[in-house]
Design a protein around this ligand. Structure first.
Ligand SMILES: [Zn+2]
Length: 300
């Protein structure tokens, strides 16, 4: 039986995304420092295995392994000319794992460079990269697109416009990464929650959210409340999604370590859900066990 449309399914209640991809790939032998996205071409079965672990844990949708697969980011690995291939493969692998019952969101991350005038990257080059990526993800069979971990308003605006120019009616999700800044939350580029939400909503997305960032679980709950309030005042249609990290990272030998247990993560997810968020998943430090715990707490 063909699945319901993504919008129809989300309209029915809690909808669970997946957790971290990178750490799961490293656990399965991926090389630190190499291009994770290229594994879609080189080791598709390993990527598929991670998707299946999340789907088995209760995810309703998985995100494609294409976070860094725009050509501006791929250039740093000498793979700019492989963008289409990597994205199409990423979408096909996720589709294979999700089958006809579950959903696939095509993942678009930041390019890792600053746009003019702060940097030297031209908006047109960035837009071309995101259009190419979004188009390849669609060819590979995604149900929607998710732009995430953005910190700059100009970059997320370019990404949204690019995605919208090719995605037709498919739902578009967009999120930024906020850190605690005094009594407030701001992205690394100094964007506060209200400015982010009003800009993103004005560009016409299906859902606005937060992912990644550095905050305690308690702070992520407060952030969710702020984001819901901002989204509600910006539009009565836009949905909100949340993908917190597994708490605030501790630096151990220069590596970020996340120590929040699946149970504590699920308790925070329940609070985030009570704040009005129905679409939830996890970012850095989360595992299939964390998603399983959210599923047990709110997803069933
Ligand atoms: Zn993250």
């Amino acid at each position: 039986m063909a699945r319901k449309s993504l919008r129809e399914r989300i309209g029915q209640g809690v909808f669970l995304l997946d957790g971290a991809m990178g750490t799961q790939l490293f656990e399965r032998g991926a090389e630190v420092g190499a291009c994770n996205d290229y594994l879609n071409v080189k080791s598709p079965d390993v990527v598929c295995e991670v998707h299946r672990a999340y789907l088995d844990a209760g995810s309703d949708a998985v995100l494609t392994n294409t976070f860094g697969a725009n050509k501006v980011a791929l250039k740093r690995h000498g793979l700019a000319d492989q963008a289409q291939r990597i994205n199409q493969a990423g979408a096909r692998i996720a589709r294979r794992a999700a089958g006809e019952e579950k959903y696939v969101l095509g993942d678009i991350g930041p390019c890792g460079e600053f746009l003019e005038a702060l940097g030297t990257l031209k908006a047109q080059e960035l837009e071309d990269g995101f259009v190419e990526q979004a188009r390849a993800l669609l060819v590979g069979g995604v149900d929607g697109l998710i732009i995430e971990t953005m910190t700059a308003l100009d970059e997320i605006a370019v990404a949204i416009e690019a995605a919208k120019s090719v995605c037709g009616d498919l739902p578009l999700f967009a999120s930024m990464s906020f850190d605690r800044a005094g009594s407030d939350f701001k992205t690394m580029m100094g964007v506060d929650v209200e400015s982010a939400v009003s800009k993103i909503v004005s560009l016409g997305v299906y859902a606005v959210g937060f992912n990644c960032g550095t905050a305690t679980l308690e702070e992520y709950v407060a952030l969710a409340e702020r984001l819901v309030a901002a989204a509600t005042s910006a539009s009565n249609e836009v949905l909100v999604f949340a993908e917190p990290n597994a708490g605030k990272p501790e630096l151990v030998d220069g590596q970020a370590v996340y120590r929040v247990s699946p149970e504590d993560f699920a308790a925070a997810a329940r609070m985030i859900h009570l704040a009005g968020v129905n679409i939830m998943g996890g970012c850095c430090g989360t595992t299939p066990q964390h998603i399983r715990a959210i599923y047990e707490a709110v997803g069933k």
